[in-house]
Design a protein around this ligand. Structure first.
Ligand code: FES
Length: 171
């Protein structure tokens, strides 16, 4: 496995914290996903080897929890809340704007790889809907025009190969 040095350090420091090293499977998988963007079959086998487990034991964990991904995603990860409060505030209209802007459906990755669109359940900001998460940042009180602008910026950054991240939490 080709992991960053800081990921390896984190993993090596994490395992001894657990009386039974198999209990470190979740934090290890999170660390690998942060590093690689998803959990590959190679990563499953590697984590299993690290913890003295069979790959199938790790595979069961990866496939049980929806926050573990088994395929690469786009450069940015957009998760739009579809729960009731956000839906009543226009969340599904925001989804249509995202789909048009990124030329893909919810659950898919834009053809240019700039972003992956996913639905999320309540993001605990119901009074400021509609709401989405852009990577780890919450964007609240979304408007269709604000989301169009956000999408334009993300696609432009992707085209430039820029690493700058979006800021602010109101779009
Ligand atoms: S319903 Fe969308 S954040 Fe709670």
């Amino acid at each position: 496995m080709n992991l960053r040095a800081e990921t390896m350090e984190h993993i090596d420091a994490t395992i001894p914290r657990y009386p039974h090293k198999r209990s470190a499977v979740m934090p290890l998988l999170h660390a690998v996903q942060r590093d690689q963007g998803y959990i590959s079959n190679e990563a499953i086998a590697w984590v299993a080897g690290k913890l003295g487990l069979e790959p199938v034991n790790v595979y069961e964990v990866v496939t049980f929890y929806p926050f573990f991904r088994q395929a690469p995603i786009g450069r940015r990860h957009i998760r739009l809340c579809r729960t009731l409060s956000c839906a009543l505030c226009g969340g599904f209209g925001i989804a249509e704007v995202l789909e048009e802007a990124f030329e893909c459906r919810m659950g898919e990755t834009a053809p240019d790889g700039s972003a992956t669109l996913e639905w999320a359940e309540c993001l605990a900001s119901c009074d400021k809907g509609p709401v989405l998460m852009l990577d780890d940042d919450l964007h609240e009180n979304l408007t269709e025009e604000g989301v169009r602008e956000l999408a334009r910026t993300i696609r432009a950054e992707n085209a430039e190969g820029s690493d700058s991240s979006m800021t602010g939490n109101n779009s």
